[in-house]
Write a protein that binds this ligand. Structure first.
Ligand SMILES: [Fe+2]
Length: 183
């Protein structure tokens, strides 16, 4: 599966552009993580890009979410490594995070929301001027972007990251694709 094929399938299955941006942001973070960890950047990027492809199709049914996504990824030609990461990122299935890829997707997923929210309260509402320190400060503010699960983000330790380093990597990754994110 090429990235273009994955994007084509996203176009067919996802209408909400904020959801598309969330998947693009997750892809960017996953690519940056793969580069840092010496993993396969294409595989990690596709996992991030496709992980929520079924969100609209499953209409809030958490028992179906990510099962259908894993199937769609398989149909596109993704291997079991990608399918398992997509499947296990939804805790509702109780599937343990086993591979490094599973663990990376799990902690990268909520990070996009925290960084997006931090950019939107920035005076120019852009990622460009946002500093890692301010993302770190926002992380510690419990009421800020409460949907961005801090415990889940903190699990970056499972792939060998210090929290501050992880937040900075996520910010820089999203800054690289700021134009596509409209930030
Ligand atoms: Fe997600």
């Amino acid at each position: 599966m090429t990235r273009e094929e994955a994007l084509e399938s996203i176009k067919v299955n996802v209408e909400n552009q904020n959801l598309v941006k969330h998947m693009l942001a997750t892809e960017a973070i996953m690519r940056a993580l793969a580069r840092r960890l010496g993993e396969d950047e294409e595989v990690w990027g596709l996992t991030g890009l496709l992980h929520d492809i079924d969100v609209e199709l499953t209409e809030g049914d958490m028992k179906a979410h990510s099962k259908l996504g894993a199937d769609l990824a398989r149909e596109l030609g993704a291997g079991e490594t990608i399918a398992h990461a997509i499947l296990s990122h939804n805790e509702a299935h109780g599937i343990p995070l086993t591979t490094k890829l599973d663990k990376a997707l799990f902690c990268a997923d909520p990070l996009t929301g925290l960084i997006t929210a931090a950019a939107l309260v920035h005076p120019d509402k852009k990622l460009a001027g946002l500093e890692a320190e301010s993302v770190i400060r926002r992380f510690k503010e419990k009421g800020f972007a409460a949907g961005a699960n801090r415990e889940q983000i903190s699990q970056c330790s499972e792939i060998g990251f210090e929290l501050d380093d992880f937040l900075q990597l996520g910010l820089e990754a999203m800054q690289e694709i700021a134009a596509s994110l409209g930030l």
